[in-house]
Design a protein around this ligand. Structure first.
Ligand SMILES: Cc1cc2nc3c(=O)[nH]c(=O)nc-3n(C[C@H](O)[C@H](O)[C@H](O)COP(=O)(O)OP(=O)(O)OC[C@H]3O[C@@H](n4cnc5c(N)ncnc54)[C@H](O)[C@@H]3O)c2cc1C
Length: 336
């Protein structure tokens, strides 16, 4: 690990100023970094993938870990709220079940006790070429995405190119399905952005980043609006390893049903298959105005993966994701 300066601000304004005023850096991987639970950041620093000159520990800022609201008023989640608290929170479990399910699906209880929602959304990709210290891939300033023609079993089948990472967060697909926004604080003020617009594809913006955050900005809060579908939401994740693992594919789904169980609104976002959480509006639209039948589920699953372009070793993700879609929607339609 490279030597770094440790700072522990007690307010958001102090934190963003410490990020802004850090020593100048030539490479984005040397930018100062906010530190939350450290469950991803410390690993990347130990492997010399990120080499920040300054760490800005957010944990001494009071109030950033609040969870407030409910299904009627909407939910406000402070960026430092841990995944363990989201998983166990009675209101989250009742009114936004997919959030609790996604939090529960992350890693191990020990990691969820420390890992925060802000860190979960901003964690770096898990592609093994990116994570290997010796490999200088496109995302680390190199000239080649080694996954494109190499060992790409875990990589993107949708939205890839020139880099084929997949977005690793389990919370992000759910929060996008539920229409969440993030509040971002920086030295130039505060902005609130729909989470759907927060993540960037490798073909847009900078290939070295995965979202719109500038180096002197932090997420302070996530807002999930009240909706008629949040209470009927779910998150299904397929992992290669039963104990704890990242998603090979996952599905966040939410439905509003009429009394006769016709779908009034539908949300469907895929995880583990693209460099960003992948919303599938055409598949959502197919559901509206219809009752869920096996035929409809097949059409929806087909439409959701329509644009998929698998690499040499990850074609299996298409039927896997389609099965998860059918299963998630069946479960939601059967819920009382
Ligand atoms: C063994 C293992 C298994 C894991 N499995 C999963 C999994 O199954 N699913 C999953 O989703 N994740 C998984 N993770 C990834 C991750 O550690 C957790 O999701 C966790 O939530 C990260 O949160 P943190 O608070 O520890 O983040 P940190 O490590 O503190 O930060 C992560 C990144 O986010 C930035 N950051 C942190 N907070 C903010 C903020 N408020 N504003 C702006 N930037 C911020 C940091 O600078 C850093 O770049 C796993 C990690 C490990 C080590």
């Amino acid at each position: 690990m490279k030597r770094f300066e440790w700072t522990a601000p007690t307010s958001v304004s102090e934190a963003v100023e410490l990020l802004r005023s850090a020593p100048s850096f030539a490479d984005p991987d040397e930018a100062p970094r906010p530190l939350a639970g450290g469950q991803d950041l410390l690993t990347t620093m130990k492997e010399y993938i990120l080499r920040p000159s300054r760490l800005v520990n957010l944990k001494a800022i009071r109030g950033l870990d609040r969870i407030q609201g409910d299904g009627k008023r909407g939910l406000r989640i402070g960026a430092l709220a841990t995944l363990a608290r989201l998983e166990e929170h009675p209101v989250v479990r009742r009114d936004f079940p997919a959030i609790a399910e996604a939090a529960r699906s992350v890693a191990s209880p020990q990691i969820r006790n420390l890992g925060t929602i802000g860190g979960n959304l901003c964690q770096r990709p898990r592609c093994w070429y990116y994570r290997l210290e010796e490999v200088v891939c496109l995302k680390k300033g190199g000239t080649q995405c080694y996954a494109a023609s190499g060992e790409n079993k875990y990589n993107a089948i949708l939205g890839g190119g020139p880099s084929y990472i997949v977005h690793p967060s389990d919370l992000a697909p759910v929060l996008i399905a539920l229409g969440a926004s993030v509040t971002i604080a920086g030295t130039e003020g505060t902005r609130t952005v729909a989470l759907e617009k927060f993540f960037t594809l490798p073909s847009e913006g900078s290939i070295r980043r995965e979202n719109i955050l500038r180096h002197d900005e932090i997420i302070t809060e996530i807002q999930v609006p009240a909706s008629r579908f949040a209470a009927r939401s779910t998150y299904l994740k397929f992992k290669e390893r039963a104990s704890f693992d990242f998603a090979l594919a996952s599905v966040a789904a939410a439905l509003e049903l009429d009394r006769d169980r016709t779908v009034r609104q539908a949300r469907l976002v895929l995880g583990g298959v693209a460099p960003i959480p992948w919303r599938v509006p055409k598949a959502e639209a197919l559901l509206v105005g219809k009752q869920i039948t096996p035929d409809l589920l097949n059409q929806v699953a087909e439409a959701a993966l329509e644009g998929a372009r698998p690499l040499a070793h990850n074609g299996y993700k298409i039927p896997l994701t389609q099965a998860l879609i059918r299963r998630a929607l069946t479960q939601l339609a059967q819920r009382a």
